[in-house]
Design a protein around this ligand. Structure first.
Ligand code: SAM
Length: 261
């Protein structure tokens, strides 16, 4: 006999319960038989089982041992491979090429998880994630808007992103306090390449650390007036006013000027 599962808040457990929403998500993912699919946080299997109906093999990563136990009982190996782990510690380089990663993600770890996954983007075909709608709006925000921040710059640098579907809180149990949406992320094949990506990342972090101030003030000590003018960037602007390519240009000038010294 299987016992009912009590959703665990610490694992961000809001299970999908609306069959219409689940069907729409599966259609958007459009899994094909021999693709390399991996799901983060299968939970009670709302997305897992319909996907297993369509593919030859699926890997899932789950942290909650009770849920793992339930999944093991419901679906036999080898079609389903269950990895018992905290996804933030998973080395995705072990899971092959052209990975299609999906998940109704635990919202409490969404930002660190997106940055973690970006490290493995060369192996990733695409990502389809349910996230808090407000986070997706920040991911795809345009420069010059208040939603534009570090998350927008870095993720837009690495991925092409598209919001596909908004999902009401009523589609989950328990009902979350926030609205949700589905995003598709595809790694960019050619990116406006930063000479040193960690330099870019540090610069963006520093710029948005005081987003109300001008860049001249926020980046004082890092970017001198000469670099601003070489990059053709007005230092009286604020962090949200620069585009992704402005940040890349500025970071590259910073890297080359440091290499010269
Ligand atoms: N996919 C299911 C659904 O749509 O109903 C469950 C989604 S629920 C929002 C998030 C799932 O991620 C839960 O199963 C939870 O236990 C799992 N999870 C939370 N933190 C995790 C972590 N750090 N690593 C792996 N799985 C995690």
């Amino acid at each position: 006999m299987t016992t009912a599962h009590h959703p665990r808040k610490r694992f961000g457990q809001n299970f999908l319960k609306d069959p219409g929403v689940i069907e729409n998500i599966i259609k958007l993912i459009h899994p094909k038989k021999n693709e390399n699919l991996l799901e983060i946080g299968p939970g009670l299997g709302a997305l897992t089982f319909p996907i297993l109906d369509q593919v030859a093999h699926l890997t899932v990563i789950e942290i909650d041992h009770d849920l793992i136990h339930k999944l093991q009982k419901k679906w036999p190996e080898p079609q389903l491979t269950i990895v018992s782990a905290d996804v933030l510690n998973v080395d995705f380089s072990h899971y092959g090429q052209r990975l299609r990663i999906i998940g109704n993600l635990p919202y409490n770890i969404s930002t660190p998880l997106l940055f973690h996954l970006a490290q493995f983007r060369a192996q990733i075909q695409d990502l389809h994630f349910m996230l808090q709608k407000e986070v997706i709006d920040r991911m795809i925000a345009n420069p010059g808007t208040t939603a534009f921040g570090r998350l927008s710059v870095m993720l837009q640098y690495w991925f092409t992103m598209e919001k596909l579907l908004e999902v009401p809180a009523e589609a989950f149990h328990p009902k979350p306090k926030v609205e949700s949406a589905i995003i598709r992320m595809v790694p960019k094949l050619t990116i406006p390449s930063a000479i040193n990506e960690s330099e870019l990342s540090c610069l963006v972090k520093a710029a948005f650390s005081q987003r109300r101030k001008t860049l001249r003030n926020t980046l004082k000590g890092t970017i001198n007036p000469v670099l601003f003018s070489q990059a053709e960037i007005d230092s009286g602007l604020r962090a949200e006013d620069l585009s992704v390519s402005d940040y890349v240009r500025l970071a590259n000038l910073l890297t080359t000027s440091q290499n010269r010294n």
